[in-house]
Design a protein around this ligand. Structure first.
Ligand code: USQ
Length: 406
């Protein structure tokens, strides 16, 4: 198939592109490189050195003999999106091309607006370009489990049957997202559902949990094909951060009680889920939602797992409960359904001691590059602390308040 990967320079976009290419699909990657710019502004960088997108594509072509197209294009520029879709005529689009971080979106007014304008405008532009140039193309959009929040009932896959005053309907599942970033994905979901209903586009919204892992089959082929693995407070996600903290000797940063529960999945399962969605396209006019996670854990249990594995490698890993910088429920019910991808053939890589050990070992190889100053949280949901570099220096006292264990 002809597959266009939007956000092809990112943690998940780049491995997805290589995976499809290796399976014989015709792949084109596009990225605005905006995230590299945001990283520079915040003074953070991926753990493993990453060459430019064009260099990585060149290396891929040289190593495998497979073609891969590449464009530097901003999804907020409608002409650029339109040309891309008109010229390439994709049969499927995998859309990761958004600002991906909740803390980034909560940092200040500027970044909250940037997140929503960037994410919602980009997706709207993709929808309009699809309508105009490729109405049969299947849009596989990366959403998030965070769209649902943590309701006190089971979380269904996108829709719920409701009985009200004696009448029944199947309606979009209620959304209670936890950040302006997660809200941007809710807005996208509504726009995509509408475009499918009104224009008969077809789309799969993948409500993904928290992804972990450093390596996929393809990144392991050559050091120059590595992916952008983050551990900093803004772009790093929980388990990846815990593993880096274990290696560098910083107590694992458990926010609040750590009893919060989330859905998690291995990066290799992200690629498989996206592939299953692409290979099993919905009908014209169909908007479907798959919950993309393989297991649920409390953050506290994850920290303990990393501690145990670290000890086996001789690392003295401590766990520190920090005052929770986020406004989120800590003691809550959590039971998200995730049957649809399993039904399509997903065989999950469940979190194992071996995987954590291999992550720790891979991180150890790059331990000299870890920027310790980027690890502790400065971004608070109540706006008390800002993580912009100008404010960082001033925030020492506030930071001391956050790090006082309770
Ligand atoms: N947490 C800690 N310690 C840390 C970092 C996080 O205890 O050092 C806690 C947070 O308080 C939260 C949970 O871990 O309860 C998850 O936080 P996260 O930073 O790993 O993930 P999140 O901000 O929710 O966002 C990430 C991705 C996002 C994706 C989302 C899926 O950055 O792109 O949409 O995971 S989900 O969480 O299911 O919404």
């Amino acid at each position: 198939m002809r597959i266009l990967i939007l956000g092809g320079d990112g943690y998940l976009g780049w491995p997805t592109a290589m995976c499809f290419s290796r399976r014989g699909h015709e792949v084109w990657v596009a990225d605005s490189l905006a995230k590299r710019h945001w990283e520079q502004e915040l003074g953070v960088e991926p753990l493993i050195p990453i060459s430019s997108l064009k260099e990585r594509v060149k290396l891929w072509r040289r190593m495998t003999g497979l073609e891969m197209g590449v464009s530097i294009a901003d999804l907020c520029d409608y002409e650029a999106v339109s040309t891309l879709i008109q010229d390439f005529q994709p049969e499927a689009i995998v859309h990761y091309g958004e600002q991906p971080s909740a803390p980034f979106s909560m940092m200040d007014q500027k970044r909250a607006v940037l997140t929503q304008v960037n994410n919602v405008t980009g997706t709207l532009n993709v929808l309009w370009a699809l309508r105009r140039h490729a109405p049969d193309c299947h849009l596989v959009k990366l959403g998030t489990m965070g769209e649902y929040g943590t309701p006190n009932i089971d979380i269904e896959e996108g829709f719920i049957e409701i009985e009200h005053n004696g009448r029944k309907d199947v309606l979009p599942y209620p959304k209670q997202p936890g950040s302006f970033y997660h809200l941007s994905k809710v807005h996208d979901s509504h726009n995509i559902l509408f475009a499918c209903r009104v224009w008969k586009l077809r789309s799969t919204d993948l409500n993904q949990g928290v992804v972990y892992g450093v390596e996929t089959e393809e990144t392991a082929l050559h050091p120059g094909l590595a992916t952008s693995f983050h551990y900093d407070e803004v772009f790093g996600t929980a388990l990846n951060r815990f593993c880096v903290q274990a290696v560098v000797g910083i107590p694992l940063t458990l926010y609040g009680k750590g009893t919060q529960q989330r859905g998690f999945l291995d990066i290799r399962d992200t690629l498989r889920c996206v592939e299953l969605a692409v290979l099993n396209a919905p009908e014209a006019g169909e908007y479907r939602v798959f919950n993309q996670l393989t297991e649920t854990f409390s953050l506290r249990d994850l920290a303990k797992l990393v501690q145990q594995q670290g000890k086996k490698l001789g690392l003295a890993v401590e766990i520190q409960r920090l005052k929770n910088p986020r406004v989120e429920a800590e003691d809550h019910y959590y039971n998200p359904r995730h049957d649809k991808l399993n039904a399509l053939g997903l065989t999950p890589h469940l979190l194992s001691d071996v995987l954590i050990e291999s992550m720790l070992a891979r991180i150890q190889e790059n331990a000299h590059r870890i920027r310790k100053a980027s690890i502790l949280p400065h971004v608070a949901w109540d706006g008390a602390i800002s993580a912009t570099p100008a404010h960082r220096a001033k925030s020492k006292a506030a930071h001391a308040a956050l790090t006082s264990a309770h």
